[in-house]
Design a protein around this ligand. Structure first.
Ligand code: ADP
Length: 317
């Protein structure tokens, strides 16, 4: 293919569950560095035409251009039918490393405060808002998918599972989103879901940045539901009409839904406005959960302290 010829693949940068990532550059301009992400085949029985479908699915992400979304410069399939994504090169690591440090190299996480948290959350919220405005669900938002650019900009990455909002009558797979960031509707096997799934992930990340530890680190799906019931409250017909009809609905105990006082106490650094915003992102009922657009209109962003300017944000651990 033509598109493939435009890029030169270099050394291997890393390997994840679904992909091997290589450094690369534009054949005509070696100074334009990119990351070439070669997706692993999900299963052996994928048919010949599959990668064409996959390409079509991913192509529309090329048009999703925003400061806080990793730029997808090109998509092509290699001769072995693998899907290759040509992405903006972001070598400074991700938010997970920033929070936790680099365990292997024994480097602690960076110091950050209320204004820095507000800046990172602002960038994340704008990224999610932009996706949703363009009818794209990300579906796998987690700290290691939030990459940091050289200018301090936070970039939402890894749209491996992203897809347009489905036809509401078409079933969607509930087996998406890394467990700790997975909303209750997916844990209960909901077949129809919305942008609210991404907002729940944003909420759990908001909490994680404050606590410097995962907020709901369930070891299994059952434990994940238990942790949600204990930390946030138990989904019931009262707070979420219809929830008990979902295929996998099962709860270990009935705990009241947490009020504002809990969030203000547990996430004190956020102040009352931030605690209120966090509470709304962690609303159990997806139909009542705050939207990205509503998040951007929240008073948290205007309250003191103002968000840190991106160029002044603390960098790499
Ligand atoms: P994971 O499965 O851990 O999310 P990925 O498959 O997305 O990992 O990527 C594997 C590794 O490749 C990452 O840990 C990172 O070091 C590197 N990487 C991924 N994308 C980029 C990029 N756009 N720029 C620079 N390095 C990248």
């Amino acid at each position: 293919e033509d598109e493939k010829r435009k890029w030169v693949k270099g050394k291997k940068l890393g390997e994840g569950t679904y992909a091997v990532v290589f450094l690369g550059h534009l054949r005509d301009d070696p100074s334009t560095l990119v990351a070439i992400k070669k997706m692993k085949k999900v299963s052996k029985d994928i048919e010949e035409g599959m990668s064409h479908d996959a390409i079509r699915e991913v192509k529309h992400l090329q048009e999703l251009q925003h400061d806080n979304i990793i730029a997808l410069r090109s998509v092509f399939s290699s001769k072995d039918q693998n899907l290759n994504l040509v992405l903006e090169f972001l070598p400074l690591g991700d938010l997970e490393i920033l929070i936790k440090g680099d365990q292997q190299r024994k480097i602690p996480g960076v110091r950050y405060g209320a204004a820095d948290i507000k800046a990172w959350m602002g960038m994340l919220t704008r990224a999610v808002w932009f996706c949703h405005e363009n009818f794209v669900l990300h579906r796998d938002i987690k700290p290691n998918n939030l990459l940091i650019a050289a200018n301090g900009e936070l970039k939402l990455a890894d749209f491996g599972l992203a897809r347009g909002f489905a036809d509401p009558y078409q079933y969607m797979t509930a087996n998406v989103i890394t467990r700790w960031y997975r909303p209750p509707e997916l844990l209960f096997g909901a077949k129809h879901y919305s942008g609210a799934v991404d907002i729940w992930s944003v909420g759990t990340i908001f909490a994680e940045i404050v606590l410097r530890n995962a907020y709901l680190p369930g070891g299994t799906e059952l434990e994940q539901v238990k942790l949600i019931c204990e930390a946030v409250g138990t989904p019931t017909e009262d707070n979420w009409p219809g929830v008990t009809k979902l295929r996998d609905y099962a709860v270990p105990s009935t705990n009241p839904v947490r009020g504002k006082a809990y969030y203000e106490r547990t996430f004190e650094i956020l102040g009352p406005e931030g605690a209120d915003l966090l509470m709304r992102t962690l609303t159990l009922n997806p139909n009542r959960r705050i939207t990205a657009k509503e998040m951007l209109q929240h008073t948290y962003w205007l309250a003191q302290p103002h968000p840190t300017r991106k160029e002044d944000l603390p960098r790499k651990a």
